[in-house]
Each structure stands twice: as structure tokens, then as C-alpha cells.
Design a protein around this ligand. Structure first.
Ligand code: PLP
Length: 463
């Protein structure tokens, strides 16, 4: 039993989605894990991804190990392209690199005709290291340093997403010194916030990101950029939240922005050529996350965009998106070895694995929930209720609380699904844990894309 308890309408929508987009659930009596993309159980009862047995991957590369279903990453990019291209709008999709970046992923983004959203000189450097077209990159950040701005100008990035009044001056002055003209979107906060299943309209003035429409700062930002000698204002940006299901929040934000844009047109003769509405499309970590297909969401957003422009008498801007989680989240799995099993009679059983909050921080950070299974015993009955614990020195270092798996044994391979986004990219060396290796699988082949950190790597910058 699972999503059907949430509500009949959601349940029907969820079932249609599953059958339309091929999400499989392993139908055992007491079930644990949904399999996305190419995930399946092979004849040995092992989890297989991209045609590769995940247990053999652990034998080959060790654990913990991140495994990505490359085919699923590519499919997600194609779903966005397909939905947007049929709308007839001019559009641009930038993958939000903060979700996960490495050279191989950048190469894939290039092949899938995606742009890149980067938030630091580090992400920009990583993108450029494999000759990604700098014109298809935009730079975010609420405190871009002079070094970052200079570097981005030197590399001729497509545009800056300007976040503050101070930044307008900074870009203008550095651009002037370098003899470069920058293109910019202004990041605004439209007074709408959305997270998972809900959205709220808020004052939204208390955010470190962007300039607020209601208190007049966003307008000051527009005026400042229009006055700047070395910056061209080409549009606006907002991002109302992450892991969102449904489009009510995005639609409310779009409508609000267009009302404001009408004033800007009348008062300042400014028209946005581009409207970037950020990322935030939700993914199915567990059955509590009710499906909202990208295709349906985009259709609703595009209709709202066209209607809002029409009702304000404005032309329809290019639509830009910055999905991160929805491109890589469901494609990623983490594999661990079970090391210690401790039963506290009458209380709980802890199953400890060889990684932890150093490679999986979201559960400790904000209680994020995940589905887990034993990758080497996928067909066995989920017989025990356990808590999966990491090996870092924090009691809160948990991977999943009160989950059902088969009776675990030392040496089993525990798999955590949906770890493709904000896992490796948020990994740390806490407790001097070595960051795991990352492997991409597709068509029965595996390739290592990030090596496991060595002990030497851990101390190489120490003097
Ligand atoms: N754009 C901006 C400005 C963001 O802050 C984020 C996430 O924090 C994203 C895009 C990507 O969001 P998601 O991974 O939820 O698609």
C-alpha cells in the first residue's frame, strides 16, 4: 500500500503517470523501493541499473558508490525539450549544476543541447574544463566576488543573474575596466513561495536572494541596470522553491511578474526578452511524493505565460528553465556495505553502513526520506523494521528511519534510491571520510566518472 492512501484524485493521476512514464514498483507483499528508468531485478535477484548488476559494481569499485542511470538523465533532458518545443515558444533549458556536476555530466548536457546554470567560479571552471559553450552558461549567486565576475566576463558567459544592487555596480565597474559588456537577468522575489505540495504567497522580503517586487527594490534594480553603461538587461528571473508538485505557485508568480512588467513598460519602456522561472520540479523520493509529470506542469506554465502576456498587452518572452533535481535525482543510487547490526530489544535495530552524512546529508539536514533495499537480495521479503545509520560521529547521521528491508546481514549491499541530486554535490570530508566514486551505467556498460578520493587526496592541501 502506498500512494493510494493520499487521495483518490491524486491516486488516479499517480497511476496514469506510472504507466505513462514506466515507473515500476517491485510488487512484493511489503514493498520498499520504486525503480525508475532502467532499474530492474535480474535473474540473480540483484538490482540492475543500465543493464549492469549493481553488486558487481560494488565488487569492482568498492563502496560507498554512486551509480547513475545515464539513459534516464538523457531521457529527462529530452522530456523537457519535447514539451517545450511543441509549445512553439522560444525557450532555453539550463541544467542547474548545483544538483550534481562532473565533466562527464557536462559532456552529456552538451550532447542533450542543454545550457548550464552555475553558482560559483568552481562550477563555471568545471563546465569550461570540457569546452562547454560559455555563451550557454549563466552565473547565479547572491555574493559574486570580483574575481568571479572578472572570470565570468573574461570567459564570455551568456549572462549574469544579477542578485543585488551592489552587484549591478560591481559588474558595471569590472566590465568597464575590462572593456566588456555583460548581459543580465535580474533576480526578483515575486512574493510567492512553493515547497513540495504547497505554495504560499508571502511578503518574501526576507530572502537573501534577489530583489523584492513589492517593496520597490526590484524596480530600483531594473533602473540601476538600465543606467549602467556596461550591462544590458535582457530579462527577469525568479525561483520560488524546490521539490514542487503542481504549478499553482509558478502561475501565481508569473501573473504577478507580468502585472509588474506592464508598469515597467509604461514607466521605463523596458520589456523583458527573457523570463527565467528557475527549477524546482519535484521528484519521487518515496511514495509520499505524488507524481506531477513535467509535461503537464510545463503545459500549465506555458498556457499561463501566454495568457499573462496577452492580458497585459506584452509580447511573450523567451521561457528559460533551470531544472536540477528533476534531471539527475531519480537517476542516482547510492550503494553501501552493511557493516554493523545492532538490535536494542524493544526499541529499534540499527543497520550501519560504510558511508553516512558525508555522502548523504539531506536526511540529517532536513529529515528527507528515502527508499532503501538490499541490492543483493531484491526478491526477498521485507521482514524487518530497521533504521539505517551512517558511520559519522553524529547521532543524527541517519539515512532512513523505520524502514522495512529483508533481515540484514553483515556484508549485504544496501541501496538508497533517488540520490542523484544534492548528494555528491553536497558531500563533505567530515570525519575525514573519503568522497565515494561515481559510476555511470548505460546499455550494459559502466564507466567511472569520478574516482574515489584517496587518503592522500584528504591531506594534499595540508602544509
Ligand atoms: N535555480 C535556482 C536559482 C535554485 O536555487 C535552484 C535550487 O536551489 C535550482 C534552480 C534548481 O532547483 P531544482 O534542483 O529543485 O530543480
Amino acid at each position: 500500500i502506498s500512494a493510494c492512501l493520499v487521495g483518490s484524485e491524486m491516486c488516479i493521476r499517480d497511476r496514469i503517470y506510472r504507466s505513462k512514464y514506466g515507473i515500476k514498483r517491485v510488487f512484493r507483499r511489503e514493498i520498499s523501493m520504486q525503480l525508475h528508468g532502467s532499474g530492474r531485478i535480474n535473474s540473480q535477484g540483484h538490482l540492475e541499473i543500465g543493464g549492469v548488476d549493481t553488486c558487481s559494481l560494488v565488487e569492482k569499485y568498492g563502496s560507498p558508490l554512486f551509480v547513475y542511470d545515464e539513459g534516464l538523465i538523457r531521457d529527462q533532458c529530452r522530456r523537457f525539450h519535447k514539451a517545450l518545443s511543441k509549445s512553439g515558444l522560444d525557450y532555453h533549458i539550463s541544467y542547474a549544476s548545483k544538483a550534481f556536476i562532473c565533466k562527464e555530466l557536462v559532456r552529456i548536457m552538451k550532447e542533450e543541447d542543454m545550457g548550464l546554470d552555475v553558482v560559483s567560479v568552481g562550477e563555471l571552471y568545471n563546465a569550461l574544463s570540457v569546452d562547454f559553450d560559455s555563451q550557454k552558461i549563466h552565473l547565479h549567486g547572491n555574493n559574486k566576488t570580483e574575481y568571479e565576475i572578472g572570470y565570468a566576463l573574461e570567459k564570455n558567459i551568456g549572462c549574469f543573474v544579477v542578485d543585488s544592487l551592489a552587484e549591478v555596480e560591481r559588474i558595471d565597474s569590472i566590465g568597464g575596466q575590462m572593456g566588456k559588456r555583460a548581459k543580465a537577468l535580474l533576480r526578483v522575489t515575486p512574493g510567492v513561495e512553493a515547497h513540495t505540495h504547497e505554495f504560499i504567497t508571502t511578503g518574501n522580503t526576507d530572502s537573501k536572494f534577489g530583489l523584492n517586487i513589492d517593496n520597490g527594490q526590484a524596480r530600483e534594480g531594473v533602473e540601476a541596470i538600465l543606467r549602467a553603461e556596461n550591462i544590458d538587461l535582457i530579462g527577469l528571473h525568479f525561483h520560488i522553491g524546490s521539490q514542487i508538485f503542481g504549478t499553482e505557485g509558478s502561475q501565481a508568480a508569473i501573473k504577478k511578474v507580468f502585472v509588474w512588467l506592464k508598469d515597467l513598460k509604461e514607466d521605463l519602456d523596458f520589456e523583458a526578452k527573457i523570463l527565467n522561472i528557475g527549477g524546482g520540479f519535484g521528484i519521487r523520493y518515496t511514495d509520499e511524493d505524488i507524481s506531477y509529470p513535467i509535461e503537464d506542469a510545463l503545459e500549465e506554465i506555458i498556457t499561463c505565460l501566454k495568457e499573462s502576456a496577452r492580458s497585459q498587452g506584452l509580447s511573450i518572452p523567451q521561457l528559460w528553465l533551470e531544472p536540477g533535481r528533476s534531471i539527475v535525482g531519480e537517476a542516482g543510487y547510492t550503494l553501501y556495505r552493511v557493516g554493523t547490526i545492532k538490535e536494542i530489544p524493544g526499541i529499534r535495530t540499527y543497520v550501519s553502513i560504510d558511508g553516512g552524512m558525508s555522502d548523504h546529508i539531506r536526511t540529517a539536514l532536513y529529515g528527507a526520506k528515502y527508499e532503501v533495499a538490499l541490492a543483493n537480495r531484491m526478491n526477498e521479503k521485507d521482514a524487518s523494521l530497521v533504521t539505517i545509520a551512517g558511520k559519522c560521529c553524529e547521532s543524527g547521521d541517519l539515512i532512513a528511519k523505520d524502514v522495512r528491508i529483508p533481515e540484514a546481514k553483515i556484508g549485504d549491499i544496501l541501496v538508497v534510491a533517488c540520490t542523484g541530486a544534492y548528494h555528491y554535490s553536497m558531500a563533505s570530508n567530515y570525519n575525514l571520510m573519503q568522497k565515494p566514486a561515481v559510476v555511470f551505467v548505460r546499455g550494459g556498460k559502466d564507466k567511472i566518472v569520478i574516482k574515489r578520493e584517496s587518503l592522500e587526496d584528504l591531506i594534499k592541501n595540508q602544509v
